[in-house]
Design a protein around this ligand. Sequence first.
Ligand code: NAI
Length: 247
Amino acid sequence: MLLKDKTALITGAARGIGRAIALRFAAEGADFAFTDLNRDENMESLEQEITAMGRKGKGYISDASDFQSSEDLLGQVEQDFGHVDILVNNAGITRDNILLRMTEADWDLVIKVNLKSVFNMTKAVQKYMIKQRCGSIINMSSVVGVSGNAGQSNYSASKAGLIGFTKSMAKELGSRNIRCNAIAPGFIETEMTARLPQDVREAWINEIPLKRGGLPEDVANIALFLASDLSEYVTGQVIQVCGGMNI
Ligand code: NAI
């Protein structure tokens, strides 16, 4: 098992890509803490699934975009699990619009949830990882953070910012044996993309060389690689999981 005796912390994991990562990590022997904004049926069913797999998985209500909540969360997780070896900064939102119609509130919210959250959580976890002299931090960017996208200037900027942050952390924390990498998914079939109109979805899929949307499990496989010792000489990288749409 690739993650035996490891503990992971994953933000925004009650559904979608985060949930798939949680299940993949548990199948490889990890225990994990995960967060979301509410304790709902998604959070409870994930806890139950993990218990049935014989692992420890505990959901916490925590807003990753809030600095103090992130600090408090780490204290609680450290108490409950004893250590955190892997952090996956997965929580993210969209508020799409062309710049002409984008409100200041939609700009600020997306930057706060997608980018500031990564600062909050990384700052909170680093002191524990520095003390134990190991760790893997994985940030969920996007292909539009690499290449930009019309109608998503706020989202693209947040995801591009996160790539700069990832590379900076790789340089800052590498000497402490803490790795930091980003995943840039393309079009992945989750609730986030289910909201898109059918013609937009079809147009996206038509542009993808592998001719399908990605599954959350496709992203989870790369997260597993980056979390595990298979990638122990890999840091500061952005791995695109996009079926070739962003070559
Ligand atoms: P989703 O919307 O299905 O799930 C995101 C989860 O994060 C939800 O459970 C939500 O409640 C939670 N969340 C939102 N704000 C939060 C906060 N402040 N604190 C804690 N939790 C919060 O989204 P999906 O598709 O699973 O996306 C996960 C990540 O992957 C996001 O960062 C997204 O930007 C990124 N991504 C997704 C792509 C896709 O095609 N679905 C493509 C590229 C990147």
